[in-house]
Design a protein around this ligand. Structure first.
Ligand code: HEM
Length: 419
């Protein structure tokens, strides 16, 4: 591929070497203004959002046009289809679903560790978050759909491979390594037909999407919306859960303290009790700050502007580095360390920045936070997370930020944990 997978390693290096500075990088021959200051990100993503268009042609090219890639009327129409469902969901039910699927995943992780696995299998976490997403929003158990999760994951890899390809050169990259894409897309579309053929129940969210898809000239394709929804909604939460397991394992004392907080809660009290557990919310925020699962947000200037010290020409590509913003030394004396509960809540805090800000803020932010808190709490009640390697992470970007080789973590039941 074209080295796009390495972008996170570059952004961590940049955060160390040019901390708190916005910097121009050359990515595959494309000059990119990388924003590492929260003030600059605020200008581009929120205050002057109308001057910076989404720069997601690469994602549209692989996964099709969707709410994630579109703007203007095309975006509004897609947003209307999903937004109320994504934001007005039943928190208690989502918390219970996440707890239940979290326990199934934990059992697999415990078995894998008992069998000698030295790393967490990313697919276990993917299945967990896809199950919660599909059951919550489509009201269908994920196995009933018959979707092959591995195909969606593979599609994400192709999506990111296109990310920094210079305009007009996608053909070269396609020739070089992406020959499988059309066949892969056809197979995913074929599997998704099950949502149209009347064999599965149709809930109001799906019914609305089907109606929009059938409307002449709408340009809305059910499968394109759903592939991106599954890919971005489930992969991002799965990646965050992997980083949460890693952070717990790397900080045994913090894990112990958090476990005590969680054990104080009545598990039967569900979301109302969990939502008030500030140390857990702060831990999740730290996971998102130190290891933002969607680490870059890309835009393109439509008119000339000035961002801090940089003159921006119309057409300039701009990338917000959530890694750079999360590690800004102005926000914490040691931004590389796991902060104590309550310490990093300002403009660089994980919960504030990792879902982006402004009109295109992540549609699933609240859902993801409920899910992450419920799963992490369930994990902590039952198991202990131990590091199997102290090597520093190497990152691999597949639209989401993953760790090469998987998270080096062993999971042991509390009853067997040896102090
Ligand atoms: C830890 C989990 C997640 C993270 C870190 C995350 C992060 C993000 C980011 C950074 C964006 C780009 C925003 C921009 O362009 O300014 C985004 C967009 C989006 N996300 Fe998430 N996301 C997560 C989970 C989810 C989930 C679970 C859902 C669905 C329930 C979801 C739905 C969306 C949607 C619909 C958009 C497009 C927003 C729009 O343009 O209208 N996300 N997300």
């Amino acid at each position: 591929m074209n080295g796009a997978g390495d972008i996170c390693n570059q952004l961590y290096a940049l955060a160390r070497e040019r901390n708190g500075e916005d910097v121009v990088l050359d990515l595959n021959g494309v000059p990119m203004l990388v924003l590492q200051r929260h003030e600059s990100a605020d200008q581009v993503l929120r205050l002057r959002a109308a001057q910076y268009r989404k720069n997601m042609a690469w994602l549209r090219q692989t996964l099709g046009a969707s709410r994630f890639t579109e703007e203007g009327d095309a975006w509004q129409a897609r947003r209307r289809l999903t937004h109320a469902y994504f934001t007005h969901f039943d928190r208690g039910r989502t918390c219970d679903l996440a707890g239940r699927h979290g326990q199934l995943a934990l059992r697999r992780m415990l078995d894998d560790s008992a069998a000698g696995a030295a790393a967490i299998d990313d697919d276990v976490l993917r299945r967990l978050t896809l199950s919660v997403l599909v059951e919550n929003f489509l009201e269908i158990p994920f196995p009933a759909t018959g979707f092959d999760m591995a195909l969606i994951t593979e599609m994400m890899e192709y999506g990111s491979a296109y990310a920094f390809v210079p305009p007009g050169r996608t053909g070269d990259f396609y020739q070089q390594g992406l020959r499988r894409l059309p066949a892969l897309r056809r197979e995913i579309m074929r599997q998704m037909r099950v949502l149209r053929d009347g064999h599965l129940p149709v809930n109001p969210l799906l019914a609305g999407m089907l109606a929009a898809d059938a409307e002449p000239g709408s340009g809305i394709v059910l499968e394109h919306e759903l592939i991106t929804f599954f890919a971005a909604g489930a992969e991002s939460s799965a990646s965050s859960l992997g980083w949460a397991c890693y952070l717990l394992a790397r900080h045994p004392e913090a894990q112990e303290r958090l476990r005590e907080e969680v054990l104080r809660l009545d598990p039967a009290a569900g979301w109302p009790a969990l939502s008030r557990c500030a140390p857990l919310a702060d831990f999740v925020s730290e996971v998102l700050r130190l290891f933002p699962s969607t680490p870059i947000v890309t835009r393109q200037a439509t008119v000339a502007d000035r961002i801090g010290a940089h003159e921006v020409a119309a057409g300039q590509n701009v990338m917000v580095s959530l890694i750079g913003i999360g590690h800004d030394r102005r926000a914490a004396s040691d931004p590389w360390a796991l902060a104590a509960p309550g310490a990093v809540r300002g403009p660089c805090g994980g919960t504030r920045m990792a879902f982006s800000i402004g009109p295109y803020i992540c549609g699933g932010k609240l859902f993801a936070l409920v899910e992450l808190m419920a799963v992490v709490a369930g994990f902590l009640r039952q198991a202990r997370f131990e590091l199997t390697s102290s090597a520093l992470p190497r990152f691999h970007w597949k639209v989401q930020m993953l760790r090469e080789g998987g998270q080096p973590v062993r999971v042991v039941p509390w009853s067997c944990a040896v102090d």
